[in-house]
Ligand binder design. Structure first.
Ligand SMILES: NC(=O)C1=CN([C@@H]2O[C@H](COP(=O)(O)OP(=O)(O)OC[C@H]3O[C@@H](n4cnc5c(N)ncnc54)[C@H](OP(=O)(O)O)[C@@H]3O)[C@@H](O)[C@H]2O)C=CC1
Ligand SMILES: CC(=O)[C@](C)(O)C(=O)O
Ligand SMILES: [Mg+2]
Ligand SMILES: [Mg+2]
Length: 404
């Protein structure tokens, strides 16, 4: 551990004082390679590559735990197209995921149709994206009748409320696909109980449907988890993998429906969305209460995080970000990190419990089943938007040279 931090610190010390391009210094890769070399001999599996650099090696070492992964490289486009040559993918729902997964499937040359409520917002959106009524765009029931793989990408609340009409349409020859474990795992609340005679699988992109699309267009790919709930044909797992790649994923990791929904509901309420808004706001408010200007408070809280330090975590890890900051910052952050961890842990524990016991699911179903759910959510988002921190953010962002 000590030598690991030391080598990272040395690498960043070389990189940090210079401008941004120095971040790409090879010194970092060498220090990673050195670490891997130290870690590898203890591994019982010779073929394990902690770097994941070798294509075709399927079991990777994630910090000491071996996990199977599937990569896009194993599914070249002709193989993918051949795999689905007799299928019609019926994508039900055209929200964020429907849009991203649907357009990626279409660009991948897979036979895909969209099913949404006629003349709703999604119907309009789908037409705008080039889906053609009567050819590739149908009312939900008709799309299900035409499909071999039924991809249920309605809102989680709508998956529950529409189930009484969808369930009788399903046939044993069809595969039922979700991007969330929600409906099936919390069946007591959602009443979604798939027929026993069909394959039921999941591909859950670990990011917004918008990113599913933009990463794909950039030639990159979102990471997704895959799971099998029912395997009637013996092919369910393989179908999940092929679909995961077909919708634009770069790599896939294995999970279960239960683990997916627990971790997903937890993550989005925690660090990914709820936690970060709470943390940003608390820091900002204390700065303001102590006489700092909005621009200073925003820059020191959100702008520096999203524009400078967090991307460094994304690119090379937390240790690298620390090492790229001053010794003063490092000392203080090292001291305060455990204090924040201790303060936050009980909140995360309460959150996980609330997810696990179905409280979060019931709340989501209740709120998002209301006729006014769109306007209600919009109103609450507008409240966030009107907070001083985010109003100040608009001006700060407008000052970025590339915003002009
Ligand atoms: N958003 C994301 O990035 C992610 C989502 N997921 C999962 O993917 C699935 C889809 O989520 P997302 O893409 O966000 O979609 P939304 O939750 O935004 O749902 C939108 C779709 O649901 C339809 N819908 C809503 N109510 C009804 C109803 N009563 N009857 C018929 N259709 C209805 C809408 O149609 P209309 O326009 O006609 O109202 C629209 O097509 C969910 O299981 C979600 O948890 C997984 C990973 C990330
Ligand atoms: C984007 C995503 O993966 C979330 C946050 O879990 C969701 O939108 O449900
Ligand atoms: Mg989610
Ligand atoms: Mg998610």
């Amino acid at each position: 551990m000590a030598s690991r931090s030391a080598s990272v610190l040395r690498a960043a010390a070389r990189a940090a004082p210079r401008a941004a391009p120095a971040i790409r210094t090879p010194a970092r890769s060498y220090s990673v390679l050195a670490r891997v070399a130290v870690a590898a001999p203890s591994s019982p599996l010779k073929r394990v590559s902690p770097l994941g650099a070798t294509r075709g090696v399927k079991t990777l070492d994630f910090a000491g735990t071996k996990e199977v992964v599937y990569e896009r490289a194993d599914w070249p486009l002709p193989k993918l197209q051949d795999y689905f040559k007799n299928d019609t993918l019926a994508l039900i729902g055209y929200g964020s995921q429907g849009h991203g997964q649907g357009l990626n499937l279409r660009d991948n040359g897979i036979n895909v149709i969209v099913g949404v409520r006629k003349d709703g917002e999604s119907w309009r959106q789908a037409i705008e994206d080039g889906w053609v009524p009567g050819e590739t765009l149908f009312p939900i029931e008709e799309a299900i009748n035409r499909g071999t793989i039924i991809m249920n990408l309605l809102s989680d609340a709508a998956q529950s409320s529409t189930w009484p009409t969808i369930q009788p349409l399903l046939k044993p020859s069809q595969t039922l696909y979700f991007s969330h474990g929600f409906s099936v795992v919390f069946a007591e609340d959602t009443k979604v109980i798939p027929p026993k005679d069909m394959d039921v699988i999941l591909v859950a992109p670990k990011g917004s449907g918008r990113t599913v699309r933009t990463l794909f267009k950039e030639g990159r790919g979102i990471n997704s988890s895959i799971a099998v709930y029912q395997d009637v044909t013996g092919k369910a797992q393989e179908k999940a993998i092929a679909l995961g790649i077909a919708v634009g994923s770069g790599y896939l990791y294995e999970t279960t429906f239960e683990k997916e929904v627990y971790s997903d509901l937890y993550g989005e309420r925690g660090v990914l969305m709820g936690g970060i808004q709470g943390m940003f706001r608390a820091q900002y408010e204390v700065l303001r209460a102590n006489g700092h200007s909005p621009s200073e408070a925003f820059n020191e809280t959100v702008e520096e995080a999203t524009q400078s330090l967090f991307p460094l975590i994304g690119q090379h890890g937390m240790d690298y970000m620390y090492a790229a900051c001053s010794t003063t910052a490092r000392r203080g952050a090292l001291d305060w990190a455990p204090i924040f961890e201790k303060a936050n842990k009980p909140v995360f524990e309460a959150l996980y419990k609330s997810v696990r016991d179905g409280t979060e699911t019931r709340k989501s179903l209740e709120w998002n089943s209301r006729k006014t759910y769109r306007e209600d959510l919009k109103k609450e988002l507008e409240e966030i938007d009107s907070q001083e921190i985010w109003r100040a953010g608009k001006t700060v962002r407008s000052l970025r040279p590339d915003a002009k």
